[in-house]
Each structure stands twice: as C-alpha cells, then as structure tokens.
Write a protein that binds this ligand. Structure first.
Ligand SMILES: *[C@@H]1O[C@H](CO)[C@@H](O)[C@H](O)[C@H]1NC(C)=O
Ligand SMILES: *[C@@H]1O[C@H](CO)[C@@H](O)[C@H](O)[C@H]1NC(C)=O
Ligand SMILES: *[C@@H]1O[C@H](CO)[C@@H](O)[C@H](O)[C@H]1NC(C)=O
Ligand SMILES: *[C@@H]1O[C@H](CO)[C@@H](O)[C@H](O)[C@H]1NC(C)=O
Ligand SMILES: *[C@@H]1O[C@H](CO)[C@@H](O)[C@H](O)[C@H]1NC(C)=O
Ligand SMILES: *[C@@H]1O[C@H](CO)[C@@H](O)[C@H](O)[C@H]1NC(C)=O
Length: 663
C-alpha cells in the first residue's frame, strides 16, 4: 500500500493535525519525520490567567497517530490508530512499539493484532517559567548584546557558541530580541562579523551563520502574513489543479509533452515571480529595516562591487524566504500538508527558477552559460529580457532602501486615496469647532488632477513622514482622529468614519514604512494649553510616551512571551554549563599568558576576539545562571512536596512536545 500518517495533538480546545509524506508501495514504511507541538493554551496566553496552571489541560491532551492508505483517486483507507495520553509522557522521552488499534466506534471487526504496529519516539518537555522578575538580570544581559564590543563577547553570541545545534538557541533569542525591539541592531552587529569572514562578494550571506539564521527566523515570524498575501493564491492554484511541468528529459514520463510542460512551468514561474516583485508594499517594516542594514553593511565591506548591495538582500528575500516557502509551503503555513510527489517536483522547479531570477538582479548579465543542463538554458531564454532584471532590482530597492525615486508601492492604484475629511487648522491651540475645516486629501506619487482644479494648499512629502498614529478621542472630543507626524506641527485629521481612518493610517504606514527617521515613540494625545494631554509633559518637543504601532507590523500578530523565551535560554545555558566554564578558562588563560592557545582543545572552535571582554560576560552569565538555578531548584522541591503545585509561586508550566516516529 501507499501509507501515510496523520499526527495530532488532540484536546478539548485543539486539534492540530499534521501529515507525513506518503510512502510508496510498502507495508514497512519508515517515516522518520519529526513534528513539534507547542502546548501554550493560546487563548489565555496573553491574559492574566496564564499564571494559573491549568492541570486539566495537560490531563486531557493526547497524541494521536492515524495511519492511512493513500487512495490517489479513490478515498483513503483507514489502517489503524494509536492514542497516547500526554500525562503518561511526563517522564521525558519515550520510544516504544505501539499496536495499531481499530477506530473507535467504527464498524471494523478486525482483531487488534491484524493491524500491525508502529514505533514512535515521543518526547515531552515541560518548562517551568518563574515570574518575570526572576529573569530580569539574564534578560537585561541578553538585551544589551548589540551594544557589546566586539559582538562576539556578548551574551547572545556566546549562547549561540555554546549550543551545539545553533537552531536551539536562535529561536528563543530572536523571539526575545523581537519582543524587546532589539533585533535590528543585533542582526546588524552579527552580520558585520559574518561579512568580516566573507572573502568574496558573490558569497555574501550564503552560509549558515548566526546572522543568517537570525534573519531566517525573523522572516518566518514577521513575514508570515506577508508570505500569505503574496503567495498563497498562486500556490493554492498550483497545488489544487496541477499541470505537468517536468522539463528534465531524463525524468519525463510516457506521454509527456516537453513543449507543453515547459509552457506550463513558464506560466507558473512568471506568475509567482510577478506576485513577488510587486509585493514590496506588503513587506513588513522590520524586514525592510533588516534588509536596509544588511545592504549597507555589504556595500561597505565590498565598496568596489556595485552588485553586492542587491545580492545581500536577494540572498534573503528570494533565496531564503520566497524560494524556500515555494518548495515547502506546508512548513510556512501556506498549505495544510505536504504536497504530493508530482506537485513537489513542480514546486521544486519553480523554486529553483525563482532563486535564479532573484539573483539576476545582482549580476551584471544573466549568464545562461552557467547552466549545466541544456533544458534549463532553454527554459530561461524566455526570462532573459532586461525587464526581469530591472523588476528584481526595483523590488530589492523598494524593500531595502529609502532612496528610491518614487515612494515604494505608490504606483499601485489600489493604494491611492482621495477623500474629504476634517483637518484641524495648523498652529492654533484654542479648542473649538471652528478650528476644523473640511479638506480634500490625496495620497499620490505623481501629477494629480486636484479637486476643483485647485492647487494643493499644502503638501507633505512622504519621505518626511515620521509616524502615522491614531489620536485619542479626548484630545478634541472628536472620534476617528488620526495624526501625521512630519517634523513640523503634527497634522490632526478627523476621518468620516472609523473604516476610513484605519484605511488612511494603514495606507500611510505602508508607504512610509521604510523612512529611516521613523519615530519609535509618539504622543497618543495632542499638545494643548501647554502640556501633552497624555503624559502631562510640558515641553512640546518631549519624546513620545507611547510606542508607535507601525514599529511592529500591524497585520502580524506576534505573540511572544518574553519570560518564557528567557527561561528557554536559561535552560540552554544550564545544560551547557560545562562549555561555559571551559570557555571561561580559555579566556582566562589567553588573558593571562597573552599568547595564542597551543593545543587544540574543546574550545578551539569558539570565536574569542577579545578575551577580557568575553571573560567578563561569561562570568556574568555563569553567576546569573547559578542564581536562577537555585530559584528553579527551590521551586522544584516545593512543587514535589506540595500537592497543589503551581498556585503559590505563580509558576507557569509551558509544555513543548516533540514526536519522532518510524517503523
Ligand atoms: C532517519 O533520520 C535520521 C536523522 O535525520 C537519519 O540518520 C536516518 O538515516 C534516517 N533513516 C531513514 C530510514 O531515512
Ligand atoms: C516516572 O518516573 C518515576 C521515577 O522515575 C516513576 O516512579 C513513575 O511511575 C513514572 N511515571 C510514569 C507515568 O511512568
Ligand atoms: C456502522 O454500522 C451501522 C449499521 O450496521 C451503520 O448505521 C453505521 O453508520 C456504521 N458506522 C460507521 C462509522 O461506519
Ligand atoms: C548543549 O546544548 C545543546 C543544544 O543545542 C545540546 O544538544 C547539548 O546536549 C548541550 N550540552 C553539551 C554538553 O553540549
Ligand atoms: C543546579 O542546582 C543543582 C542542585 O543544587 C545542582 O546539582 C546542579 O549542578 C546545578 N546546575 C547548575 C548548572 O548550576
Ligand atoms: C571543531 O570543528 C570541527 C569542524 O567543524 C569538528 O570536526 C570538531 O569536532 C570540532 N571540535 C570540537 C571540540 O567541537
């Protein structure tokens, strides 16, 4: 048969189902796939109730694995299932054979042992997250990483050095830095270190360094919505009504027409490509900021290479973001499951083509001669034209630079806005109805026929806009107000209704998201009668008292629990304590003896640029981790001796599950 399995974590309020690949023609499948499920009670995650341990939740959860025969054209046949309650998994890792069971309430009369068995490796990890104040010192140490010189002496960098598998460290680190708005400077600092080791301009950001992994993770978290609006429709089309696209003569099957296939593939590639190059308007601010700094760092490192500024950005946005999402849409939540084998092959071909087209913007000339395979040469002939290179460049400019001639994305007519609203007269402070006048507004990038052929009374260049935010109703006792901060007095506008207000805010935020002088803080209320109504500050130029909302992508719900991430980092340091101590010794001896290290030792793979600074940070980490260990140990003892645990110390249990299975 052609078996596959679905793996789910089932509970009263959840049922996340994932699927393995289909194994062809075997009754001895080895799936060898890993699935992660996070138990975070997402609905109550951000509320106060997160501090109460809901024991029942975990009690009711179970892992379910259903085995199916893939029917291709007929209905899939159920082969058996396994259910494992999570509570029996409390004791760490489980690897065992499980007998497949018939489906509950089903009419199958087959005996249990007829169904065969499956071996699962299930690992359940429960972290105990103490209240926030316990983690303050570790959090502060990690957050100031980007200020440490050299960056290799920072706590965040050391974390990545002591974890054998960098991925373990990068995920909590990126989430923590993101949560505290510290990611961009940290990425810039590690990217600079990465560039120092890069000898050739055409290999920038191609390896797996701390910098590239941080950006990868950031794009996965922050770019989720962006990816969805850009690619989901076309990926759905490809997966739901696939056309044959094989162009490799060796892989062609009976009856395949290579000409038609090539046409199909071109159609898909062209469509995906076009969606990408016109998507810059949706690219989240944070991604733009990171790309901006990578581009400038790369150009600084290779000042004589005019293309490196493009390849630096392209290697992320095309190679590590779009191309990866095209080839495995299920891991980016674009599709619920693995695509089938033929669709997978189609997606692989599209992804390769997108990578190639994406790197053309950074080459002087597209080099057809670089293809080994003649069929690839043949295929790319259609994409040879200048306009493909130009649109890649324009896209890369739009997502990474402030200096593009037109504000990015404004050529999209859908974002053009024109409307009648009320504007407060500039410069007056007395509150009154008279101060507001009806005005026409237009957001445009080119010559515009103004309402009633009038010249505009006032224009604000988009590049001067520092923030666009709502304005508290209390300021002028008016609803649907928003403000445009642009260096001079804020422009206060009342929209006709809340929909219009949000549309304007969104459109303005989008076109200004790459403005480098964008503010991080603003005042939610107006400055009236000598003070800011919101924070009561009396100086008009006082820095804002609330964080700008455009700083985080408004359309992305990033739910990050800073304490939970700090706790994970603490655990990583704890289990790697011996490495921390070795590194400390190494720094100590280098500092004392001044000489280079002699014999290659356990720490020979660590980067130690400045042994004194690194030693200093290590000492801080070790001290903090030891103190935290005490608190955690105390809690563990208390927990094992008290029946109703969790309530007193307000400790949250956050669980993390992992399954590996195969037969
Ligand atoms: C299963 O995965 C492990 C680790 O990725 C690998 O070493 C092993 O060869 C795989 N086995 C099969 C049968 O694919
Ligand atoms: C977990 O381990 C402890 C001791 O190691 C044992 O007493 C207990 O029965 C185990 N619990 C389960 C559910 O296997
Ligand atoms: C089981 O059989 C009964 C009658 O024999 C039928 O009504 C019912 O729909 C069947 N259930 C399933 C799940 O096939
Ligand atoms: C260090 O951390 C990694 C996680 O990346 C873990 O796999 C490893 O077992 C830890 N301990 C040591 C001694 O390397
Ligand atoms: C944490 O504390 C326990 C108990 O005091 C001790 O056995 C363990 O070695 C400590 N771990 C670290 C990393 O300090
Ligand atoms: C250092 O790195 C090399 C190559 O990456 C590896 O073979 C070696 O085992 C590493 N040494 C230690 C002590 O981790």
């Amino acid at each position: 048969c052609d078996p596959y399995a679905t793996v789910s974590l089932v509970g009263p309020s959840r049922n996340d189902q994932k699927k393995t690949k289909v194994k062809k023609k075997t009754s001895n499948p080895q799936f060898n796939e890993t699935f992660y499920f996070e138990v975070t009670r997402s609905s109550s995650y951000t509320k106060k109730s997160q501090f109460q341990v809901e024991e029942e939740d975990i009690e009711k959860l179970e892992v379910r694995v259903d085995l199916w025969n893939n029917g291709n054209l007929v209905q899939d046949v159920f082969l058996g299932e396994i259910k494992v309650p999570v509570k029996v998994l409390r004791n760490d890792s489980f690897q065992a054979w499980y007998l497949l069971q018939p489906r509950e309430n089903g009419n199958k009369s087959s005996k249990t042992d007829d169904l065969g068995s499956l071996r699962l490796n299930i690992c359940y990890t429960e972290d105990c997250v103490l209240p926030s104040e316990y983690y303050a010192s570790l959090r502060n140490l990690l957050l100031k990483s980007s200020d440490v010189q050299p960056i290799s002496a920072s706590a965040a960098y050391i974390l990545s050095e002591v974890c054998r598998d960098k991925y373990d460290a990068v995920l909590p680190l990126v989430r923590l830095l993101l949560h505290h708005h510290k990611l961009v400077p940290f990425v810039a600092a590690v990217a600079e270190l990465d560039l120092k080791d890069t000898q050739e301009a055409n290999t920038v950001f191609r390896g797996n360094s701390l910098a590239t992994r941080c950006v990868d993770e950031m794009m996965k978290i922050v770019g989720k919505h962006y990816l969805k609006v850009t690619l989901k429709p076309v990926i759905d089309e490809i997966c739901e009504s696939p056309k044959p696209c094989e162009i490799d003569p060796i892989k062609l099957r009976e009856g395949d027409n290579v000409e038609i296939n090539m046409e199909n593939l071109r159609y898909y590639v062209d469509k995906v490509f076009r969606e990408i190059v016109r998507s810059s308007i949706s690219c989240p601010t944070l991604m733009c900021d990171v790309f901006y700094s990578l581009r400038h760092l790369a150009a600084k490192r290779f000042p004589n290479d005019p293309h490196v500024q493009y390849s630096a950005v392209s290697s992320f946005v095309f190679l590590r973001f779009f191309a990866v999402a095209v080839v495995s849409p299920h891991t980016f939540h674009l599709r619920p499951h693995h695509p089938d084998a033929q669709t997978s092959r189609t997606l692989t071909l599209i992804s390769k083509a997108i990578q190639t087209l994406g790197s053309w913007g950074s080459l002087t000339k597209s080099k057809l001669s670089s293809f080994k395979e003649t069929f690839m040469c043949e295929f790319f002939k259609a994409f040879q034209e200048e306009k493909f290179t130009e649109s890649v460049k324009k896209f890369l400019d739009d997502v990474s630079s402030t200096e593009s001639k037109e504000p990015s994305g404004l050529s999209e007519p859908v974002h053009l806005k024109e409307g009648e609203m009320y504007k407060r007269a500039q410069g007056r402070t007395r509150i009154g109805k008279k101060n507001f006048k009806k005005r026409w507004f237009c957001l445009t990038s080119r010559e515009f026929t103004y309402h009633k052929q009038q010249e505009p009374i006032f224009t604000i260049p988009i590049k001067n806009i520092l923030a666009v935010e709502k304005l508290d109703e209390s300021s002028f006792n008016k609803k649907n107000m928003f403000q445009i901060l642009h260096g001079e007095k804020p422009l206060y506008i009342q929209a006709n209704n809340c929909v219009e207000a949000s549309e304007w805010i969104e459109a303005l935020c989008r076109v200004t998201r790459c403005n480098q002088k964008r503010l991080s803080f603003y005042h939610p209320s107006a400055f009236l009668n000598g003070n800011w109504l919101c924070c009561k500050a009396t100086l008009e130029n006082t820095v804002g008292c609330a964080r700008c909302t455009a700083d985080v992508p408004a359309d992305t719900q990033i739910e990050i629990d800073g304490d939970r991430e700090t706790e994970r980092i603490y655990s990583l340091f704890t289990i790697n304590m011996s490495k921390l101590q070795k590194l400390e010794e190494a720094c100590g001896s280098i500092a004392v003896y001044q000489g280079p290290r002699k014999e290659p030792d356990d720490y020979s793979n660590f980067t130690i640029e400045d042994s004194v600074a690194t030693f200093h940070t290590l000492k801080q980490i070790i001290d903090i981790v030891e103190k935290l260990n005490e608190s955690h140990e105390k809690y563990r003892k208390k927990r094992s001796s008290s029946a109703k645990y969790g309530s007193e110390l307000h400790c949250r249990n956050v669980s993390f599950m992992q399954y590996i299975y195969g037969l």
